[in-house]
Design a protein around this ligand. Structure first.
Ligand SMILES: Cc1cc2nc3c(=O)[nH]c(=O)nc-3n(C[C@H](O)[C@H](O)[C@H](O)COP(=O)(O)O)c2cc1C
Length: 201
């Protein structure tokens, strides 16, 4: 199923096509493809080129590993994410490697790496759905994540599936239109809250 963004101004086809489905096909994702996605993440920009991103990855062909990662999701997300062939959790290193000082851009940079990964996934015909609904402390415990690292978001990934395979409540959400706030509400010039004249026309 396609749900292209209804944009006010033209954007790149890949950005227009990306969305967050809950229905995934059971088609596995080849290891080469997964490596390309992670390579795309690797080439994201980051503050001081610190590259604070890390990824815990589990594929369905390793059932025990998949179950371990799935067990970190909240129930509402488990319901649909269990059918995706790949699960990930992004993890940020919260302090700089050389001096241990806090890196206030760590989450920002991990988000950029994930955005790269998702654009690459879209280019390869894959879909991704990020999740705040997971248990960071469980990830920390099950995977032995050291204290200077923070689990950021879970990600379900795979090829698009059939929305009809979802339970009714999720199917309704799957078919609902995608919405965004208008640009004028968050692009300012001169003073906080003052819509930029860029958007006047
Ligand atoms: C950091 C983050 C956390 C999210 N958490 C969840 C989640 O726990 N469960 C869920 O179903 N969707 C989750 N989403 C998906 C958003 O609801 C979705 O991106 C948003 O509604 C916009 O829809 P679109 O991605 O299809 O454009 C999350 C997205 C992001 C980026």
């Amino acid at each position: 199923m396609e749900k292209p963004a209804d944009t006010h101004y033209p954007i790149h086809e890949l950005l227009k096509r990306r969305w967050s489905p809950r229905a995934f096909s059971n088609r596995p994702v080849a290891s080469d493809t997964l490596r390309s996605l992670l390579e795309a993440a690797r080439w994201a920009p980051s503050s001081s080129n610190e590259q604070p991103w890390n990824f815990i990855v589990a594929t369905k062909d390793e059932q025990a590993e998949f179950s371990r990662l799935l067990s970190c999701l909240v129930e509402g997300n488990k319901l649909w994410a269990q059918h995706a062939p790949v699960l990930m959790v992004s993890v940020a290193r919260m302090s700089f490697e050389d001096d241990g000082k806090p890196n206030r851009h760590a989450f920002h940079d991990v988000g950029q790496a994930v955005a790269n990964l998702i654009v690459q996934a879209t280019a390869l015909g894959l879909m991704a759905h990020q999740m705040a609904g997971f248990h960071p402390d469980k990830v920390r415990e099950l995977y032995g994540v050291p204290k200077e690292f923070e689990p950021v978001a879970a990600i379900a990934l795979g090829y698009p599936g059939d929305p009809q395979s979802l339970p009714e409540r999720l199917r309704t959400r799957e078919l609902a239109p995608r919405e965004r706030k208008p640009l004028a509400g968050f692009v300012f010039t001169g003073r906080w809250g003052k819509t930029s004249p860029l958007l006047a026309s």
